[in-house]
Design a protein around this ligand. Sequence first.
Ligand code: NAD
Length: 283
Amino acid sequence: MTIRDVGVVGCGIMGAGIAQVCAAHGYRVRVSEEDPERLARGIATIRRRLAREVERGRLSRERHDRTLSRLDGAATLDGFARSDLVIEAVVEDLPLKKRLFEQLGAVCKPEAILASNTSSLSLSEMAASSGRPERAIGIHFFNPPTVLPLVEVISSESTSTETIDEIMAFCDSIDRLTVRVKDSPGFIVNRLLVPFIFDAIRMVESGIATAADVDQGCKVGLNHALGPLATADLIGLDTMIHISDAMFEEYGEARFKAPSMLRRLVSLGHLGRKSGRGFFEYD
Ligand SMILES: NC(=O)c1ccc[n+]([C@@H]2O[C@H](COP(=O)([O-])OP(=O)(O)OC[C@H]3O[C@@H](n4cnc5c(N)ncnc54)[C@H](O)[C@@H]3O)[C@@H](O)[C@H]2O)c1
């Protein structure tokens, strides 16, 4: 199957970025959001990012216009009947994602591939809900998808070789670098990253060092582009909890258990960059 039409479900941090990357690489993209305000905000973010690229001389006006002309927003899943590939990027909640896979399985044409951008949840359970487990796969982009080229390609026991090959070719076509991993909570990168971030939080929680110093230590001492606490703010502190809850449930290891400071910040509405405040403050 030739992939031409891509559907993206969810136009938050990841969905908006994934939709932009796909449209910029020539795909017709329809992105859906159940919340009209979030849809408008997500599309506005894409427009702003593309306009900035033009201002900086990194993107021609013509390519800017063509990218936007390929992008379309919707409030329902109905338009996905035409999609060759649908990537879901809704909140990290398994019952929600399973429901969505079931709906997509009913709406999409039989040969369409259904993909999840989940960071930690069971692809196999979503695949089973879709009614077409051989066409279900994980395509885990990194944040921000417009900048970071890595994609973890996740297969379940049921994912067909043909589906994997088509998705590897798709990732090539949007200039992504891929790693392959079997369905397991956190896959490769988050399985390593989450305990690292949690240790950083526990250090701040116990008063050993400030958030700024923990991050400075990692940036300067380890040559990391971002410290672990700024990374948590970028991911979204609510998303960090969703991801780690799934990992803790599966592995049962204390290193995957969300520190109380993280839960407190989320209860206070401090979700990181997206709310303007997390471990650090943002404009
Ligand atoms: N934030 C990260 O750094 C990151 C990185 C890689 C993967 N992920 C994964 O990507 C997914 C999305 O994360 P995010 O950070 O973009 O979250 P987000 O909260 O920014 O966006 C999620 C969006 O999904 C929308 N949504 C919820 N239910 C919906 C439905 N039924 N139909 C359409 N839209 C719906 C919400 O309104 C929201 O705008 C999660 O599975 C997360 O684990 C996140």
